[in-house]
Design a protein around this ligand. Structure first.
Ligand SMILES: [Zn+2]
Length: 252
């Protein structure tokens, strides 16, 4: 159900995981751990899937803050995640959380999920090619370090399962957009016909250029992996994976 980063696991105050498609109750093309509203999905299945994820993270019943993702650069305030169940934080592609007792998450199916941890604060980031080219991960890092009062060197990052350079063939528009923000040797791998982009490597390069020293890539290419939902492999009907991170309640 969950894949974890060794880097993020070092802080006992933080819980996190990148979901696989296994361990839920959804059916058909959403089998089985779909974590976003999709055509044909029931509210009951979605609620049960999220309850299972929160329990697997060791925070059963904790509220989960979610944004409506638009491939933009808006960073949402995760501290509005209160109560229980799924909490709509508005339109945005990254969330920063400083309040213990809550979870935040982004949803993906080939796009890049990124989790960041600073002392006392965490962030979740959704980066497709548009968000990557627009610098959403750098925006999230700026808000996170400001809220936590730390430097980027104190932040650690985990980049989860996403479409890899093996499968991510792109057109000129995408190739040029990515070449503009990251060195060519990480942005593109020449293919037999068209360029293939490595979105995870571009986001790692952006983080390192901003001063983050520890970055880990977790999990496989989603299009290659039968254990993950993939938009390129299965089309629009496929389910959504989640990258989830939260802060445990402080023990008194
Ligand atoms: Zn692949």
């Amino acid at each position: 159900m969950l894949q974890r980063s060794a880097l993020l696991s070092r802080d006992p105050a933080v819980v996190h995981g990148f979901t696989t498609r296994h361990g839920g109750v959804s059916t058909g093309p959403l089998t089985s751990l779909n974590l976003a509203q999709r055509p044909g999905e029931s509210e009951a299945a979605l609620a049960e899937n999220w309850a299972r994820v929160a329990a697997a993270l060791g925070m059963p019943g904790a509220p989960v803050g979610l944004g409506s993702q638009t491939h933009g650069v808006t960073v949402l305030d995760g501290d509005a995640t209160t109560g229980s169940g799924r909490v709509d934080l508005g339109e945005g592609d990254a969330i920063v959380l400083t309040k213990p007792g809550a979870l935040i998450a982004v949803r993906v199916a080939d796009c890049v999920p990124i989790l960041l941890r600073a002392p006392g604060a965490v962030a979740a980031v959704h980066a497709g090619w548009r968000g990557t080219a627009a610098g959403i991960v750098t925006q999230a890092l700026e808000v996170l370090t400001a809220r936590a009062g730390v430097s980027p060197a104190e932040v650690v990052a985990a980049i989860g399962p996403a479409i890899g350079p093996c499968c991510y063939e792109v057109g000129d528009e995408v190739a040029q957009a990515l070449l503009a923000v990251a060195p060519a040797h990480v942005a593109l791998r020449p293919g037999p016909r068209r360029p293939h982009a490595d979105l995870r490597a571009v986001n790692e390069a952006l983080l390192r250029a901003a001063g983050v020293r520890e970055v880990e890539q977790v999990g496989p290419c989603t299009r290659c992996s039968p254990d993950h939902f993939s938009h390129r492999r299965e089309g629009e009907a496929t389910g959504r994976l989640a990258a989830v991170i939260g802060l445990r309640e402080r023990r008194v």
